[in-house]
Structure formats: structure tokens, C-alpha cells
Write a protein that binds this ligand. Structure first.
Ligand SMILES: [Zn+2]
Ligand SMILES: [Zn+2]
Length: 173
């Protein structure tokens, strides 16, 4: 995912960068993400623009994100436009000095690393509370089974127990 600015030249270059499961595991360790057979890649162009370099492209593919209800992997389609400007860090100011905007990333030593914008885009794409299917029954809070796979009667028993408890209270009064 690294490109030397001297290779970009005047006309810019076409990019096709594949995102691998190993890369996801290394770059997004806080989220358990996987890939489906569809895979994921960034396609676009990197070209010089003014003081820096402009990346424009689309991140497309499919991620596997743990279902918020049953924790099984849930596929999430990704189709996000990416537009990032890379600006060379000017020595003593430090690498972060220029990064006042979200879509501006600094680089050093004539090497542009697409890893960070790709990671940021992926983390933005991951929905809050994804579900593997709209009617996912989730994990039973009582016995802990995945109710999509092994339906249990816990709800029924819990309801019965509550009813019996209510009855007992009435009788006691
Ligand atoms: Zn689920
Ligand atoms: Zn149960």
C-alpha cells in the first residue's frame, strides 16, 4: 500500500489495492473484521495536485462484522468513495503538523502510505449494531445458546415463573 512519489510522475497512476484479512487483523485490531469471498479493494487514481498528491477512488467489497445480537459474522457491503490529499511533512514541524483536516494525510521520505486512509474509511463504514439478518433471534440471556441455531424455551419458562411468582404473591396477601 506504499507508493513512492517519484513513481507517480506527471500523469498520475491508476491504483488497485487489495485489502487482505491479515492486513485487517493487523490494522484494525480493536474490531473483529473478516472478509467474504467478495473481498475488498480500493480502485482509483493517485496524482499530483498542487503542493501534494490527491487520491480519488472507491473502496468496494464486503466485510464480515460480528452480529450485535448473536455474534456470528454478518456481511456488510462496502461501497465508499475515498478522497484524500497527501501533503509532504516539512521536516522539523513533525508528521502531524499539517493534519488539520480529516481528508489530509501527511507523508514523509517521498513515500505515500494508503494504509491509513483505507483503515479510516473501513472503520467509518462499520455500522453500529450490525445484524446478520433482520429477524436474528440473538443469544438467549438465560441459557446462552444461539437462538437462530438452537431455539430454547427459556422465554416461556421465564414467563411461567414470573406468572407463578405473581400468583404466589396474590395468595400470600
Ligand atoms: Zn445474528
Ligand atoms: Zn435459552
Amino acid at each position: 500500500m506504499r507508493y513512492k512519489t517519484k513513481d507517480i510522475g506527471e500523469g498520475g497512476i491508476d491504483l488497485r489495492v487489495a485489502v487482505t484479512a491479515a492486513w485487517l487483523a493487523a490494522e484494525c485490531p480493536d474490531v473483529s473484521l473478516g472478509l467474504t469471498k467478495v473481498g475488498m479493494c480500493l480502485e482509483g487514481r493517485l496524482e499530483s495536485a498542487g503542493e501534494g498528491y490527491l487520491l480519488r477512488g472507491t473502496l468496494r467489497g464486503e466485510l464480515l462484522v460480528p452480529c450485535a445480537r448473536c455474534l456470528e459474522p454478518a456481511p456488510v457491503a462496502v461501497d465508499s468513495p475515498v478522497a484524500v490529499t497527501f501533503v509532504e511533512a516539512s521536516g522539523d514541524e513533525g508528521a502531524d503538523a499539517e493534519e488539520t483536516q480529516d481528508d489530509v494525510v501527511s507523508f514523509e521520505h517521498g513515500t505515500i502510505d494508503l494504509g491509513r486512509p483505507i483503515r479510516d474509511e473501513i472503520l467509518l463504514t462499520v455500522p453500529m449494531g450490525p445484524v446478520c439478518r433482520p429477524d436474528c433471534a440473538g443469544i438467549c440471556p438465560i441459557c446462552g445458546c444461539n437462538r437462530n441455531v438452537t431455539p430454547c424455551d427459556c422465554d416461556k419458562w421465564a414467563a411461567e415463573t414470573a406468572k407463578l411468582g405473581a400468583l404466589a404473591k396474590i395468595k400470600l396477601q
